[in-house]
Every structure is written in C-alpha cells, then in structure tokens.
Design a protein around this ligand. Sequence first.
Ligand SMILES: [Zn+2]
Length: 316
Amino acid sequence: MSDSTKRRRLLDELDEINTIVESNSSQQLELSDENIISTTCSISSADLMNNSISTTTVTVQCPESAVNYVHQQEEQIVSHRIYWGYKKPLDSNEFLTDFCEEITNLINNGIQFKIDNQNVVTKKVILDTIVCDSPAKSFVLKIKGHVRFFSCTKCETEGQYMRNRLCFPKINALKRTHESFKNKLQEQHHLTNTTMTELIYIPTLDIIQIFSLDYMHLCCLGVIKKLVCLWLSKGSKNIRLSRQQINELNALHLSLRNYVTNDFPRKPRSLDEFSNWKATEFRLFVLYTGPVILKKVLNEKLYLNFLYMRTLKKNC
Ligand SMILES: [Zn+2]
C-alpha cells in the first residue's frame, strides 16, 4: 500500500471516529428534557474525616438547572445524597443497599414538588451515569480487578501477556450485555462465591452502559503518559525522538507558558519532568498544546496516531 493510500485511510478512519463521537453526543442531548431529572452517582474512597480513616462514599448528583428548579433557585446545591461508611465493607451490597432502595423508589415514582399553592409537578428521575475509578468499579460490581485477564467491563476479551505486560490486542471481542453479565456467562469475569451486585436490580439500568469510563487513569495517566514515555525514552528506534528533537519539543512546550491562561490549573512544564505531571497537565498537552507543537517534531505517522487519541479524548 502506498504512503498516500495509507494516509488517506488514516484520515478516513479519523473522520469516522469523529462522526461516531458526534452522533453519541447528540443522543445524550435527548436527556436534557425539562421533565426529567438526570442524576449521576459517583462511588469512591476518600478521606472525609481528615484523619486518615479511609471512607467509601456514594454521592448522587443532578445537573445544576434541575436542582435549582427543585430548590427554587435559593442556592446552588448539586449533591443530593452522600452515603458513607468508616471503612470498605466486605460485601459492597451492604454499602449500596440504602442507595439502591432510594434510587429505585425515585425511578419508579418520580419526584413531586409544589410549584405554587395549588399545583404539584412530578418529574421523572433517571440514573444517567455511575462514575467510579477502576478499583471502585470492580468492588461494586464484584468482578476481577483491572489488571486481570478477563477484566474488561465492556467486552469479553481475554488479556494476553506480551513483553511482560498484560495486553488486550483484540478489538472485535463479543460485547458484554446486561443479560450476559446478570447470568455470569463469562464466569472468569466475576469474583467466585459472591452474590450479584444489587445495582443490577435498579429499574431500567443497563449495568454495562451505566458506568462511564475512567478517563483520568485510562487516557491522561494511561495512554497519553505512555505515548510521551515512548517518544522520549522507552520506545523502539523508529518511535524514539533524538536528543535534538526532544530539546526542540521542550523549547516549544515551554514557550507556550505565557499563553496559557489561569483557566488551566497548571502551566506547561518541562518534558524532563513528565513522569511527575498531573493528569490535568496531560490533559492540557493532549487537547491544546500537543497538537500544535508535535506537528513540528513528530513524523506524520506518529502525529496521526496522537491525533487518534486526541479525537477520542476530546469528547471524554
Ligand atoms: Zn473490552
């Protein structure tokens, strides 16, 4: 295949990704119906007591506009419920019971409130998304951790060890569905001798689709950090940049410091420190600074490879 054909194919694929992402975004817009209160639930471990006791919390939130409506714009409250415990329970169901009961009631019956002395309005409540990092997700779903062979929560692919790393090279594995999860059709994905998570019984919930992907670890501190690492030091000869190219890239990156406004938590800093970069710095790099400076340093193939990642991440 000639270089120009390869290039055209890469650009076509990039267009295709953009189209898929855009169509998904327009589907999500349908949720903004004013008669629907769309809620988000996040589950995480946090030091709420400021005394190093690890606590696990479930926070339920809904969009500001809906909350303002409920509270007649008295104050901007976004958190609806916080459930917590002093430590992680052995069984996640013990921790989720109150949340599951309450959200089931809200989904079945909606929420009613007075709009004036005579009129009561009922709003439908939906649980739109559950947000967890990978360890919290495997805890609440009672599945194998994210470094195990059958850990993918979206498809039934089996990991393989390649160059001393667990990889998931298959891109067309059978997708998981709510039913296949509920019936434990791939046993190796689930922890042994455990009951099913109570989340599965929440009405209308699709246990596979309801969880958002953890983009901070997957993209910022995962793929992007890995790409930078390969360019700077660990990649094979055809991927690694020369010292001269690294210096050029570094200079270009630092030259943008004056043009990064205070809207961003951190200014660009040296690539020599990339192993200590925070997730927000990788985010700034992949979405804003990287596309400009990398075009001048990376070859076309590597640059397009980076743009693939950027296109996907832009919509996270
Ligand atoms: Zn998968």
